[in-house]
Ligand binder design. Structure first.
Ligand SMILES: Nc1ncnc2c1ncn2[C@@H]1O[C@H](COP(=O)(O)OP(=O)(O)O)[C@@H](O)[C@H]1O
Ligand SMILES: [Mg+2]
Length: 253
């Protein structure tokens, strides 16, 4: 099969397992996400959600199993090579230079993305293309009005929006968001979840979310992880009535 054919899955996990010494953090996970899907991953603390994301984005390799991204086996690729193929994730706050402005940080991210291309082939005149990438990312996360403000002046919620813009500036085909609303005040939570809900349809979104209201509102498909294993995969409606999910996640009754 050719890479990225119309009927290929965005993401296909087959028997993905990650061991830390004797601990099996991710245990034989198989999962398919179709292109453009909004897929939410939930589960109790320590269920292995972040570890599964780390296996997908390339922080480390799975101990066994296969990860295919638009028909390409990425299981043993380095993180930067997966990013180049379109596997996006939000950055840690520590990657942002707080004394620089919002747009300066985004320009650096875009130049980093295109570094080789810029140095080898592109004259400085093409900086207009960089400005376009930056402008689009900022508009999508509703931070255009903060363009020239130093990152240090942003609220915590606005920094989360900038995190999203940085990820978008890498032009991902899929975005992996690990609890993007964690630590936010209710109004910020509302704004960030709305922004995520309005991301372009052609970007596949896989998101770990603790807040059930947000998770079930955004989700088209839900996967529930428990002790490293998938115990449920289905629609948001089904997840609320599934007996096993109620027992391990919501607490029985
Ligand atoms: N780098 C690591 N080294 C050792 N153990 C880890 C590491 N990362 C996660 N774990 C362990 O793997 C299990 C799953 O953790 P994690 O994936 O963070 O769960 P979740 O994100 O669902 O809360 C936990 O028991 C955690 O302590
Ligand atoms: Mg986690």
């Amino acid at each position: 099969m050719r890479a990225g054919t119309a009927n290929s899955a965005a993401l296909e996990l087959t028997g993905v397992t990650k061991r830390f010494g004797g601990l099996v953090a991710v245990d034989d996970v198989s999962l398919t996400v179709r292109p453009g899907e909004r897929h939410i991953l939930i589960g109790p603390n320590g269920a292995g959600k972040t570890t599964l994301f780390n296996c997908i984005t390339g922080t480390f390799w799975p101990s066994s199993g296969q990860i295919r991204f638009f028909d390409v086996d990425v299981s043993r690729l380095a993180e930067r090579d997966r990013a180049r193929l379109g596997i996006g994730r939000t950055f840690q706050i520590s990657n942002v230079l707080v004394e620089l402005t919002v747009s300066e940080n985004l320009i650096l991210a875009v130049l980093g993305r295109d570094r080789r291309k810029w140095m080898m082939h592109k004259p400085f005149a093409d900086l207009g293309a960089v400005a376009d990438s930056v402008g689009t990312a900022l508009a999508t996360v509703r931070l255009d009005h903060r363009l020239n403000d130093p990152v240090a002046s942003l609220s915590y919620g606005e920094r989360k929006q900038l995190d999203l813009a940085l990820a978008l500036a890498m032009e991902p085909r899929a975005l992996f968001l690990d609890e993007p609303c964690a630590g936010l005040a209710p109004s910020e939570r509302q704004r960030v979840s709305q922004i995520i809900g309005e991301l372009p349809d052609d970007i596949t979104v896989v998101m770990i979310e603790h807040d059930m209201d947000i998770a079930l509102r955004l989700a088209e498909r839900v996967t529930v992880l428990h002790q490293g294993q998938v115990i449920f995969e289905g629609s948001p409606d089904e997840v609320e009535t599934d007996t096993q999910v109620r027992e391990v996640y919501f607490g029985s009754g």
